[in-house]
Design a binder for this molecule. Sequence first.
Ligand code: UD1
Ligand code: CA
Length: 449
Amino acid sequence: MSIALVILAAGKGTRMDSDLPKVLHKIGGAPLLHHAMLSASALEPERTIVVTGHGADLVEAAARDFDPDAITVRQKEQLGTGHAVKQAQDAIDGFDGDLIMLYGDTPFITTETLEAMIAARATHDVVVLGFEAADPARYGRLIMDGSSLSQIVEYKDASDAERAVTFCNSGVICANAATFMNLVSAIGNDNAAGEYYVTDIVGIAKERGLKATAVTCDEAETLGINSRAELAGAEATFQSNRRRALIDDGVMMQAPDTVYLSFDTIIGRDAEIEPNVIFAPGVTVESGARIRAFSHLEGAHVSRGATVGPFARLRPGAELAEDVHIGNFVEIKNATIDEGAKVNHLTYIGDAEVGARSNIGAGTITCNYDGVMKHKTTIGRDTFIGSNTMLVAPITVGNEAMTATATTVTKDVPDGAMAIARTEQTNKAGFARKLFSMLRAKKAKMAKG
Ligand code: UD1
Ligand code: CA
């Protein structure tokens, strides 16, 4: 069965109290919208249609950032969820599979749950995702008749008896696309809110002799984000779920609560993550690597056997080969560090290649930026870069080469050569003692008067 998604993301999110559209607030480094798109992407949807309104330009850009083929349609006025789905009419035209409608602000629906809904479609025309609510509050109530769903009643329109129902609407609905749109076109706005409720399609389906049912999921999955507090709570839930999943997959963490993960963090079995490590998006750590305390990683790949930190920063494009050592207060950006190379202390390596087994001394800097453009540094294999070397890029240091401590390298260094560029040292006999006594006398005089 081919699938099309319609994701509703036009709402304002007033309670977020933010200039940013609600669906662009992030959990695990990715916008809520991406989370909604991600869980559904495993179904390999043929079309993904995102309905935008508030902050449409930004939301559309984010939708295409996740999926360049995403179709976006605008809902000019937010007249309700039914009206929102209607905006997808042209974009869904000619599609003859199933349509799954979900909300852009509901990030935790799992692929398994969506698959269960698709499976239920075999015997029902309309499938709604429901949950047993601990506190049903203002959710729409699912009115069941045995295993068939006869109606969804919105809180505002519900009788006391209906409000007593705790089986609630998550918002996700699945039906054949043509059927769905046909039902939606029959929705009116004669209700307590004066809105077009998409939930009315269930009652309309029943009148037409179609069969509806509900699939149940965990309440945690249907958690929607409406406020900053809910966003923070959802982030905490996301983090503990991801940590737990990694630990279950064999990752070692001494203090999991202090490790922050992104939606796409990949960490291999037997890798060790020390306390207080932050994984921004785009990080892969292979099996058996070790990320030591207080390191920050983003857009980086750490191979088997490599060690990073403590207090290291890997920025986008940091590519560490096997058994590389990156030590304290080292920053690596857009650079490949080959097998067994060591960059152990107080160093910046940016826009560079460092060859296998080379050693980069403390305080080395690749001077990659001239104020206008970035330039590349290439260092060969088995090379020794002395402490406090300034590598003024573009520059190449060959294989089995050396730079003397405190050298400013402005010319390429051939294979096997040593570069030295610093003023020669002179020792002035007795000068230090003389200077000390002059300075002490001066200090004593000042103290007196
Ligand atoms: C909706 C359901 C309710 C369900 C609840 C679950 C309806 C009528 N009610 O209520 O049964 O229990 O979700 O959270 O559907 N949106 C638009 N355009 C609009 C209105 C909404 O794009 O004109 C989007 C919002 O951005 C949001 C989603 O649709 O992502 C849900 O809208 P919201 O107003 O939050 O619906 P609820 O009142 O929570
Ligand atoms: Ca809502």
